[in-house]
Design a protein around this ligand. Structure first.
Ligand code: UDP
Length: 457
């Protein structure tokens, strides 16, 4: 990315400490830095980012209370994690931000850029009189749905029982009731989810702007709806990762990267299935057998991310009985993997980052959404953009018959070829939106930089 003249202003980023939120926030930091801003990152102690990979940023760590014993919030329980962090980070964040702002040697702070889940920052920004821009790390399609979730609840959609899960949500075609976040959860989890969503939408509505990692050519209808509903400027400036230089990796990560890439190098173009369900979703022990057997029976080489660590042991045990051609790792350099010519399909949980990464590298997807807005993303991938096949969980989770059918559809049937063609078109659009001077994301970044310079403290 071209380097702009320095602007003499700092922006202060505050990411939610989960991979799928930290990565896009740091990418956004790189984009803003390339556009002339100095970047300060305030981050929690928990899951703190690798500062050595971003030497041009200034990092400040705050305590988050997550080291205390017996706290209920964990990464596998985000419904508890988000409210917990919103309470525990308030004081340390405000104190840290005051210090950053009052540092006489530093450039003036132009604005805060916070994750949409950090709604407590609204009060801090008011008290310190620092404009606050919100980054939503999900797509416009799900955010649009979120703006209407209270209304949909009022219409009874969140209380629908089993046989009606296939019904359409008439206000949001082509979504089905089963695509609603937390639809199969307990009433108390549905309430927690609804509260999170309401806070997130309200914090965006009351901000100085909303940034989304998407592009007009992909999500224009949803973006148009959001622009009608939210009284703030909306900047769709993705795909973020295509605008950044890869961060310098730590040696363990670099080692893993070399192993994955040299394994991929040995394979034919578009032959490998890359399997990853992101950084939070967990695979049940019973599902490992199903995944491994189906992938082996498909006769295709596969690169499988099995995490957390305990799952790597299970996967290794299962794979030792496999005669297939596989590479099993606990973390893959996903961006490099998806852009490798050997990769022919991406079996994904449809997290938004993975969705954007798959689309911008033109890799057809097999979609197994797990929770939150992933069902919405999957519906758009399969039924709107039509660049993937749905592989739903059965009653017992992932089932053999369904997995085999999805792989067959993508690799052996005519439908697979059509999906591949549409994916190539979408990849092309993702590339065009970044084109200097004319691409929608390129121009939106310019607009964002100007907007930040005009914000009054
Ligand atoms: N990721 C990665 N290597 C892996 C698995 C995931 O680099 O083995 C990255 C991936 O590229 C993406 C992020 O982790 O940027 C996961 O974010 P996403 O929104 O897809 O899912 P989440 O982890 O939030 O469920």
């Amino acid at each position: 990315m071209e380097q702009h003249q320095r602007k003499g202003r700092r922006v202060v980023l505050f990411p939610v400490p989960l991979k799928g939120h930290i990565n896009p926030m740091l990418h956004l930091g790189q984009i803003l830095h390339s556009n002339g801003f100095s970047v300060v990152v305030i981050h929690t102690n928990f899951n703190s980012p690798d500062a050595s990979s971003y030497r041009h940023f200034t990092f400040h760590r705050i305590s988050d209370g997550l080291d205390d014993q017996d706290h209920p919030a964990t990464t596998s329980n985000v419904l508890s994690l988000f409210p917990y962090l919103n309470a525990s980070c308030l004081e340390p964040f405000e104190a840290c931000l005051r210090e950053v702002v009052s540092d006489a040697a530093g450039e003036p702070v132009a604005c805060l850029v916070v994750d949409a889940h950090f709604h407590f920052t609204q009060g801090v920004s008011k008290r310190l009189r620092i404009p606050r821009i919100v980054l939503r790390t999900g797509g416009a399609c799900s955010f649009h749905l979120f703006t209407a979730l209270p209304l949909l609840k009022g219409k009874g959609y969140l209380q629908v029982q089993d046989p009606k899960l296939e019904d359409p949500i008439v206000e949001f075609p082509p979504l089905k009731v089963k695509d609603l976040p937390a639809i199969s959860s307990s009433d108390s989890d549905k309430d927690k989810l609804l509260q999170l969503v309401i806070s997130m939408v309200s914090t965006a509505k009351n901000s100085a702007g909303l940034i989304l990692n998407t592009f007009e050519g992909l999500e224009q209808p949803s973006l148009d709806e959001l622009r009608r509903e939210l009284p703030v400027p909306i900047f769709s400036i993705g795909p973020f990762h295509k605008l950044c230089r890869p961060a310098n990796s730590r040696s363990s990560v670099a080692h893993n990267k070399a192993a994955c890439i040299s394994w991929l190098d040995k394979h034919n173009p578009r032959s490998v299935i890359y399997v990853s369900f992101g950084s939070i979703a967990e695979t049940k022990e019973s599902e490992f057998e199903e995944i491994a057997c189906c992938l082996r029976n498909s006769g295709r080489p596969f690169l499988w991310v099995a995490r957390p660590d305990s799952d790597v042991r299970t996967a290794a045990r299962i794979s030792s009985g496999l005669a297939g051609d596989e590479c099993i790792v606990k973390w893959a350099p996903q961006l490099e993997v998806l852009s490798h010519p050997s990769v022919g399909a991406f079996w994904t949980h449809c997290g938004w980052n993975s969705t954007m990464e798959g689309i911008s590298e033109g890799v057809p997807m097999i979609c197994t959404p797990c929770f939150a807005e992933q069902m919405v993303n999957s519906r758009f991938i399969c039924d709107v953009w039509r660049v993937g096949v749905e592989l739903e969980m059965g009653r017992n989770g992932l089932e053999r018959g369904r997995i085999e059918r999805a792989i067959r559809r993508l690799f052996q049937e005519k439908e697979g070829e059509e999906i591949r063609n549409r994916m190539n078109d979408l990849k092309e659009k993702a590339s065009l939106c970044l084109k200097q001077g004319e691409g929608s994301s390129f121009n939106a970044i310019d607009g964002l930089a100007r907007h930040i310079m005009l914000l009054e403290s």
